[in-house]
Write a new protein. Sequence first.
Length: 109
Amino acid sequence: SGTQLSKIHAAHSLGASKRQILRYVIFPNSLPEILTGIRVAVGMCWGTLVAAEFLAGTTGIGFVENVAKKYFQYEVIWITIFIMGMLGLLFDITLRKVIDKTIPWRGKG
């Protein structure tokens, strides 16, 4: 969405330098989008990691599920799916808490 031009003009009118405008106006306004992008990227990386383990891994949870599939060990398959989901949820909750602590002004105009 970007920083509102009126905020930049207001800071400039109050005598802020370009560096101060960048540090105190533009960066704090763009931080929510940056951290949301990081949160989405972590989710994509988690999915890619598991997919890579499925395809070519010799260790990891994806590899364990692949071996269990070969030997029809359905309980192991369900457990690995559950673990993958819980780890993904844990990553997401942790990042949400970090975002909430880092940028408490997010969504407040």
